[in-house]
Design a protein around this ligand. Structure first.
Ligand code: FE
Length: 200
């Protein structure tokens, strides 16, 4: 299937567009529900990336925001897996997939965005109040608030602050019907973050 973005950008000069596998996931599964929220996976990704861009973030963090939940598109579990007591470990699935294309500035915030929720519930008790019901359900499955030792370990992770920031946009990016730029508007940002375009 042709990617909606495969005709643009320098990557199109090469027969194998390195972004194709990632973009195809959105093309195929982006319309699936975002875990009990009022937006689709693609809408959620675009809203998160739009918030990151509006905050003046570096391209690597905008890319991480766009791709942070890619793991939900990489498994066959139902949208309501947490209601069935299943932690899909989507942050690890996504980080593993993205490591082939992007460096740690993109992959680390993706890998850590669930840990960032556990972190924030530990260091900011009021944060728990803003979590949506599905997010609270998954929090319990993901281990609940971090212990003091886990907090200290998290703060030693590279890019942990980016992960926390991403998490806050993630929590906001659930607005039904909100207009955002389309996926194609982020293509150049993604391409610019690829580690080595010629290696794709
Ligand atoms: Fe998310």
């Amino acid at each position: 299937m042709a990617s909606p973005l495969s005709t643009g950008g320098p990557g199109a000069l090469f027969s194998g567009d390195p972004l194709e596998p990632v973009l195809d996931l959105f093309a195929r599964y982006g319309d699936s529900g975002y875990g009990g929220e009022a937006v689709t996976q693609l809408e959620h990704a675009l809203q998160t990336a739009t918030l990151a861009a509006a905050a003046g973030s570096p391209d690597s963090l905008v890319a991480a925001a766009l791709l942070h939940d890619l793991g939900h598109l990489l498994h066959e579990l139902p949208d309501d897996a947490p209601d069935k007591g299943i932690d899909d470990r989507h942050e690890l699935l996504a980080a593993r997939k993205l490591t082939a294309l992007f460096g740690p500035a993109v992959c680390d915030p993706v890998r850590l965005h669930v840990a960032a929720k556990r972190y924030l519930t530990a260091v900011e008790p009021a944060y728990l109040e803003i979590l949506s019901p599905p997010s609270r359900t998954s929090l319990a499955l993901q281990g609940g608030p971090m212990s003091p030792d886990e907090v200290a370990a998290f703060e030693r992770e590279p890019h942990w602050r980016d992960a926390v920031q991403l998490r806050r946009w993630d929590d906001e990016a659930k607005v039904a019907g909100l207009e955002t730029p389309p996926l194609a508007a982020f293509a150049d940002i993604l391409r610019g973050c690829i580690r080595d375009p010629l290696a794709g």
